[in-house]
Design a protein around this ligand. Structure first.
Ligand code: AP5
Ligand code: ZN
Length: 214
């Protein structure tokens, strides 16, 4: 399985990826997670990216493409991967096509777009809490941790992402509709493209994904 996940911020790409990697033993490659790790590490990439991320804007293509080229060099990609949050622009999609042919010598097997309305996106992202240690994702209402405010896995205090304030979420949504949603046309005719309703329970969405993958 080499899967591309499309869909607006908060569609559940990360939540579903966690379930897919358990079941199918593939790796998840999230450009958002890679960027947040770079920000945390204080690297040059992180410093440059943070300004765009906090503003709800896309990080420039050249930074993302270089970061992905490096990520793809790792051996763990060979048994299959989920691309979560990449590509997001036509330039990134074209760069990915060339990496697949020239470097990875493989192809994308599925493209799944999780469809969720804007107001659901706002509710999901404003209520999202994440574990800074293991990356687990929760929602204050839809998927609360067992004990108030701390991660089920490691007891870390959960945090609210800097870009999960309503104003920034609305900007991220606008960017999604203007730019990333166009990739549905880019991949639409590939014969590997599937649109799924993401506004259902996590388990029902996963069941629908499994039907596509099996
Ligand atoms: P990124 O981290 O990729 O953010 P995003 O695409 O906005 O997606 P999210 O991670 O916010 O949402 P998700 O779909 O994974 O939802 P989740 O499962 O967490 O990017 C952040 C920033 O980095 C961008 O704005 C940009 O600046 C930059 N960037 C990243 N990649 C880039 C690229 N390729 N090019 C340029 N810039 C890039 O779920 C959300 C919430 O909903 C959670 O609380 C969850 O518990 C809850 N939830 C999930 N499923 C359900 C359900 N079925 N029912 C109820 N609640 C649910
Ligand atoms: Zn944790």
């Amino acid at each position: 399985i080499n899967l591309i996940f499309l869909g607006p911020p908060g569609a559940g790409k990360g939540t579903q990826s966690a379930k897919i990697i358990d079941e199918y033993k593939v790796v998840q490659i999230s450009t958002g997670d890679l960027l947040r790790a770079a920000v945390k590490a204080g690297s040059e990439l992180g410093k440059e990216a943070k300004v765009y991320m906090d503003g709800g804007q896309l990080v420039p293509d050249r930074l993302i493409i270089d970061m992905m080229k490096e990520r793809f060099q790792s051996d763990d990609c060979k048994n299959g991967f989920i691309l979560d949050g990449f590509p997001r622009t036509t330039a990134q999609a074209e760069a990915l096509d060339s990496m697949l042919v020239n470097d990875l010598k493989t192809s994308i097997t599925h493209i799944i777009s999780l469809e969720v309305d804007d107001e659901v996106v706002v509710t999901r992202n404003t209520g999202r809490r994440v574990c800074p240690k293991c990356g687990a994702t929760y929602h204050i209402k839809f998927n609360p941790p067992k004990t108030g405010g701390v991660c089920n896995n490691d007891g870390e205090t959960l945090v609210h992402r800097d870009d999960d304030r309503e104003e920034t979420i609305r900007k991220r949504l606008a960017v999604y509709h203007q730019t990333t949603a166009l990739l549905k046309d880019y991949y639409g005719k590939s014969g590997k493209f599937h649109e799924l309703n993401g506004d259902d329970t996590t388990d029902n969405v996963f069941a629908a994904i499994k039907k596509i993958l099996d």
